[in-house]
Design a protein around this ligand. Structure first.
Ligand SMILES: *Cc1c(COP(=O)(O)O)cnc(C)c1O
Length: 820
């Protein structure tokens, strides 16, 4: 029997008095302090434990319920989870926010200061990792038995400092003070093997079998982070793996009397979970990265199958009870690992194992950029995972055989769809492995899915029509509206009731208030208060004085050429040149806020950060300019910064080259918080436009088709530059050192990238972008009309709740019910 003791009961009450008692108890018994010598950080820990206790009380019953009802589990496999801070979010999910806040304040403590001590969990780079976090929140909120699997990096995303305008990275030792949200599970530990060789032999029944041997081993130990759903009925978890050395590994050296070697080896095997690769979208050819991918895949598959086997002996039930979602190709080794375990360890027939594997797995693609498509050299693959390479070769052989039968004589097709690329160095194509090994493949916005079908996966679309489908991304309204923007949330709740938090479509009820004078005034006042707050933080932390009367124009996201922060800078420089040419002109005052991290090895992206800061230095200190234009680079863009900035944004910059941004989610967060979007026909901008209406946005520029056409025809930026004096002037100013008098050629390479080639077509879109910015100014001169459109944006963003996204995955891919 599994459960012998009594079921878990709720021991703790949620009233202010009980919570105060918990806080005091934890301060003394868990933190080891008393109110006399406790710091704010000590109180943060006490508050975290106080809330965590109440999370745990709801967590165990959830797991028991799943077990008792033999619920199908969804496993969301992701190398990244960009969770952010947890305390406020957990308080809100459990419905104890007011009580905890009151209890803290009644002890004469500063609630905001205490909350501010939490170090955010930044186990991700950007959009992909943040999506994983939003989906976990929505799965728990919809009572889906959904669990995350990932890596517990000792060092998450680096901290970005700005020194003399340049990005400087420092490691984020986020676990230094301990992480109150994780539960170490020293008993949940699995071996993960690397290297060695494969021998084939015949067993007693005459069956040919493979044995993978002489491997090195690392242990994967589980840490569980509870994920409370909104309303507190369901608490799921995220299981993160940490690498530990194996005892046998050490003994080899200890027995030889070499203590130092043994300890060194121990450290080396533990490097596997040491650090997150800080490069958004690319991480090519790095052996450690490949090992990280296998490490978390192997541990997760063992864990998933162990849980399945506790309840089932019939392998045929696997796809009915287990859905594995691959967040990009980083976990694509799941396909080969599941095959290996089923065939080599459980002796299933190949075809049987293949059927179960495919029906259990599904894959989400996140990018079409060729540099981001993962491939691994065959010889490295063979050295590290020799058995998996054999399995992939056999999968490929049988797959190509099938394609050959259906399309005889088409050897070019075989070359194109093969899991192994043969041009130049032979490489395993992880996207092809993921597609072939999955029953469903999805993109993350309609336009992106369409492009998947017509470009990188067009052959697969013909081979398996219907397999590729769309699941437009969403964001959780709990974190991104309810928690981040309490002023707006209060207003919404007064207007449409509380239901919007879990049924975001109900924001539609705001439409009828878009012309209501009183609502206008209150909506505008909320935005102004949020701007005030941001302006205060900018003044305090960065020493820049920004006017709350200016238009807050925001572009916050990873710094990348395709996202075109440079186009934004070209607009800023154009604006600046106009003001200088005519200082008395009546312009709409702007504060341009830009934030984002560059991958440490991405030289051009780091140069763009320096340019933003150089431009800011000139513009902000030019007495001719004053409040007409300010430029602010917000350092260390992360989830907490996003929560501060999004509610204050009035204009959301979503200006990627059409066809390059798969979806974007920053666009959704800002629109939900009442910003108007200036953007291209790219990613989810297109669907946001379908919902909120083209009149309520500023869309501009080439379409994805036009971009593709121009690239085929061979784009010449010189023509666009020569045709536009302001563009030429802006490029000249940047290229000649106007903003970098200390080093006049600093930006020559940057300007040359635009004048020769201009891969991302900034010069083609520039005139249309400037024209769209002029429409922005014109509208801002009419505050009522601006506010009306902002209200309509909020009212019509219901589709972009990650609850809708999860419900679609549940229905079309996972085959599980949702409770909404
Ligand atoms: C939402 C979010 C992103 C993704 O932003 P995009 O504009 O979609 O690229 C990246 N980082 C953080 C911290 C976020 O909150």
């Amino acid at each position: 029997m599994r459960r012998v003791g009594p079921p878990v009961v709720r021991l703790l009450d949620d009233d202010v008095e009980s919570i105060r008692y918990s806080l005091a108890s934890h301060l003394l018994y868990s933190v080891g302090k008393d109110p006399v010598n406790a710091t704010a950080r000590d109180w943060f820990m006490a508050a975290a434990y106080t809330v965590r206790d109440r999370v745990s009380e709801r967590w165990m019953p959830t797991l028991n319920r799943y077990y008792d009802q033999d619920q199908k589990r969804v496993y969301y496999m992701s190398m990244e989870f960009l969770i952010g801070r947890t305390l406020s979010n957990a308080m809100i999910s459990l419905g104890i926010y007011d009580q905890v806040k009151t209890a803290i304040e009644e002890m004469n403590l500063d609630f905001d200061e205490i909350v501010g001590w939490e170090v955010e969990a930044a186990l991700g780079n950007g959009g992909l990792g943040r999506l994983a976090a939003c989906l976990l929140d929505s799965m728990a909120s919809l009572d889906v038995a959904g669990f995350g699997y990932g890596i517990r990096y000792d060092y998450g995303m680096f901290t970005q400092h700005v020194e003399h305008g340049w990005q400087v990275e420092s490691p984020e030792n986020w676990l230094r003070y301990g992480n109150p949200w994780e539960f170490p599970r020293p008993g949940v530990i699995y071996p993960v093997r690397f290297g060695g060789r494969v021998v084939h032999y015949k067993d007693v029944l005459g069956q040919t079998r493979a044995q993978w041997m002489d491997t090195e081993e690392v242990m994967a130990m589980a840490y569980d982070v509870p994920v409370p759903g909104y309303g507190g009925k369901t608490v799921n978890h995220l299981r993160l793996w940490s690498a530990k050395s194996t005892r046998e590994f050490d003994l080899k050296y200890f027995n030889a009397g070499n203590y130092i070697e043994a300890v060194r080896d121990k450290n080396e095997s533990e490097t596997l979970s040491k650090v997150l690769y800080p490069s958004d979208i690319t991480s090519r050819g790095k052996e450690l990265r490949f090992k990280q991918e296998y490490f978390f895949v192997a541990a997760s598959i063992q864990d998933i199958l162990a849980r399945f086997r506790k309840a089932h002996s019939d392998w045929n039930k696997l796809p009915e009870r287990v859905a594995v979602q691959l967040n990009d190709t980083h976990p694509a080794l799941v396909v080969a690992e599941l095959m290996r375990v089923l065939v080599d360890e459980h002796h299933l027939e190949w075809n049987h194992a293949w059927d179960l594997t495919r029906r259990s797995c599904a894959y989400t693609n996140h990018t079409l950029l060729p540099e981001a498509l993962e491939t691994w050299p065959v010889d490295m693959f063979e050295r590290i995972l020799p058995r998996h390479l054999e399995i992939i070769f056999r999968i490929n052989h049988e797959f190509l055989q099938e394609v050959r039968h259906r399309h005889p004589g088409d050897s070019d097709l075989l070359r194109r769809v093969s899991l192994v690329g043969e041009d130049g160095e032979r490489r395993v194509r992880m996207a092809h492995l993921a597609v072939v090994g999955s029953h469903k493949v999805n993109g993350v916005a309609a336009i992106h899915t369409g492009l998947m079908k017509s470009t990188i996966f067009s052959d697969f679309e013909h081979l398996s029509p219907g397999k590729i489908n769309n699941k437009t991304n969403g964001v959780t309204p709990r974190r991104w509206v309810l928690a981040a923007n309490p002023g707006l949330s209060k207003l919404i709740t007064e207007a449409v009731g509380e239901g919007w938090v879990t049924h975001l479509d109900r924001l539609k009820g705001l439409e009828k208030l878009a012309d209501d004078k009183d609502f206008h005034a209150r909506f505008a006042a909320v935005k102004r208060a949020n701007k005030q707050h941001l302006a205060q933080v900018i003044g305090q932390r960065l020493g820049v004085d920004v006017s709350v009367d200016s238009l807050f124009d925001v572009q916050i996201k990873r710094i990348h050429e395709y996202k075109r922060q440079l186009l934004n800078v070209l607009h800023v420089v154009t604006r600046y040149a106009r003001i200088r040419a005519n200082p008395t002109v009546d312009v709409v005052p702007r504060t341009v806020i830009i934030g984002g991290k560059a991958a440490p090895g991405y030289i051009l992206a780091k140069l763009i950060i320096k340019l933003i800061n150089d431009v800011a230095d000139v513009v902000n200190n030019d007495p001719l300019v004053g409040d007409k234009l300010k430029v602010v680079f917000v350092p260390n863009y992360n989830v907490s910064t996003a929560e501060l900035v999004m509610p204050a944004a009035e204009l959301s910059e979503q200006i990627s080259t059409a066809g390059t941004e798969a979806s974007g989610t920053g666009n959704m967060k800002m629109s939900m918080n009442g910003a108007l979007t200036i953007g291209t026909w790219d990613g989810a901008n297109v669907e946001i436009c379908e919902e909120v209406g083209e009149d309520n946005m500023f869309l501009f520029g080439l379409t994805a088709q036009e971009v593709a056409r121009r690239r085929i025809d061979g784009y010449d930026p010189q023509i666009a530059i020569n045709a536009n004096d302001e563009l030429k002037r802006a490029l000249d100013m940047i290229g000649s050192g106007y903003f970098s008098p200390d080093q006049t050629d600093r930006y020559r390479s940057l300007v040359e990238a635009l004048t020769n080639g201009d891969t991302y077509l900034l010069t083609a879109d520039y005139p249309l972008y400037i024209a769209a910015q002029e429409r922005v100014d014109a509208l801002y001169r009419d505050p009522d009309e601006w506010t009306r459109k902002a209200i309509l944006n909020v009212a019509r963003m219901g589709k972009f709740s990650s609850d809708r996204t999860v419900a679609e995955y549940a229905r079309d891919i996972w085959g599980v019910a949702t409770n909404n």
